[in-house]
Design a protein around this ligand. Structure first.
Ligand code: C2G
Length: 438
């Protein structure tokens, strides 16, 4: 019996996939199809897979060509599979010519002609969401680099409200209303103080909004924005990159699954000495709380919820700006604290204390790629490694596209309750409620 194996994502299943499987089956007597897991696809740079793993497996199954379906989960698995299943022929489409020649040491390698004129990327791009950028051009390079990894969305142009001389090739809009006429969604990267007006205008114009964090520092304004977004069925998403990065999601799920017992304390620190950039940071993003508290609040709210019983702040001010701050929370059965600084330095780690052990995430935990679960008995300690791609912006962009495409208004990754609670903390601080200066 000749055993054949082939691999693929099989997203938005199309004729090219069908023909590939048909010809793969014809190469032998028994066909194994390995469908890539979501996590493996992310690891190999495919961030925009639309269908769930189960849907992709079902589509392969429906063709009737696969005698067995397995999941591809890691780099190097192909060699393991070939040995494990006693495979005679490995095959993939001709877009991979040469790439898998190394497998010829283990079995025969056949590249089948790719079907011309159709691809999952093409199908995804045929319904591209048009995005307008509102903000300063300085951020653009980083944004555009990351944007290259995202499909399903294209940039229609930019509106800069600061009269700066255009530097990019993007179409420049001279007023924001004409930008709204050409787009479905906007990405707003403006100083915190200027964000609200543009977010409101965009939502009233029926545009989905992705904005930098914190999305708002005033409760009334936050309510107004969330109400407009709900009534108009629009996505209003806060771009706090940590929230969307895969390893951070895994960390939260693991901590909540009980591996360290009941969570008693969450301590999260994010500190910077900005030096010559301090004034600019304060102008754009505010002091330590407005600039950075969103990160520790994210992990605290994810692990302990948003219903804290008490909150207290302590801040050190320089020239009227909070440059170093601590926030202490009391929850039912747990405590938490956040330390943030824009002109002081401490270890920027995250420690989650539980009744059976603790989770340690070294600095920079907000770009999570590695963490450890530690116990009294050090033999039980486990290390988890992940990959944090580029600047991390691609994760939130992919999520933004997906939320719009799926009509998912309350983002499940960073919920409206969480972003509203973050705004409550910041606005409470700004009202100087429970703040100790030192
Ligand atoms: N394919 C094809 N014709 C198309 C499109 C795709 O023959 N028009 C083939 C691809 O060459 C591949 C299979 O269909 O053999 C699945 O394609 P994808 O879902 O795009 O998967 P891919 O990213 O190519 O993954 O480990 C995974 C493998 O490396 C292949």
């Amino acid at each position: 019996m000749t055993k054949v194996i082939t691999y693929g994502t099989f997203d938005l299943f199309h004729e090219g996939h069908y023909k590939l499987l048909q010809r793969a089956k014809a190469l032998g007597d028994y066909l194994i199809v390995a469908v890539t897991s979501d996590y493996f696809d992310k690891c190999r740079g495919k961030f925009n897979v639309h269908d769930s793993l189960m849907a992709r497996v079902k589509n392969v199954e429906k063709t009737g060509f696969a005698d067995e379906i397995i999941i591809e989960e890691y780099f190097g698995q192909k060699i393991d599979d070939i040995k494990k299943y006693g495979v005679d022929i490995f095959t993939v489409g001709s877009d991979w010519v040469g790439h898998f020649d190394y497998l010829s040491e283990y079995c025969k390698v056949v590249y089948l002609d790719r079907t011309q004129g159709i691809s999952s990327t093409q199908i995804r791009n045929s319904h591209n969401i048009k995005l307008g950028i509102i903000g300063n051009e300085d951020i653009l390079k980083r944004f555009l680099d990351e944007f290259n990894y995202v499909s399903g969305m294209e940039i229609a142009g930019i509106y800069c409200n600061n009269k700066a001389k255009p530097k990019s090739e993007l179409k420049q809009f001279i007023d924001v209303v004409s930008l709204f006429e050409e787009v479905d969604a906007v990405y707003i990267n403006l100083p915190l103080k200027e964000r609200f007006d543009f977010m409101k205008k965009a939502l009233l114009a029926g545009k989905h909004v992705l904005t930098e964090f914190p999305f708002c520092n005033n409760i009334e304004q936050a309510k107004e924005l969330l109400d407009i977004a709900s009534s108009k069925k629009l996505v209003l998403m806060e771009g706090l990159k940590t929230a969307y990065c895969p390893a951070f999601g895994k960390l939260i799920s693991l901590a909540k699954s009980g591996v360290i017992g009941n969570i008693l304390n969450v301590e999260a620190r994010f500190t910077q000495i900005l030096g010559e950039h301090l004034q600019e940071q304060v102008r754009i993003a505010g002091g330590s709380i407005e600039s950075l508290a969103a990160y520790p609040l994210l992990v605290i709210f994810k692990l302990l919820g948003t219903k804290y019983k008490d909150i207290k702040f302590a801040s050190h001010y320089e020239n009227g700006v909070d440059v170093f701050s601590k926030i202490d929370f009391i929850f039912d059965g747990a405590i938490a604290n956040a330390t943030v600084a824009i002109n002081a330095k401490a270890e920027g780690n995250l420690v989650i204390t539980g009744t059976k052990g603790y989770i340690y995430v070294p600095a920079p935990w907000w770009k999570t790629d590695y963490f450890e679960v530690r116990y009294e008995d050090i033999n039980k300690n486990t290390k988890y490694f992940y990959k944090f791609e580029g600047e991390g912006l691609r994760y939130e962009l992919v999520e933004f596209v997906r939320s719009i495409q799926d009509g998912r208004l309350d983002n499940i990754i960073l919920t409206r309750d969480e972003i509203f609670s973050e705004c409550m903390v910041i606005s409470r601080y700004n009202e100087q409620s429970g703040v100790q200066a030192f």
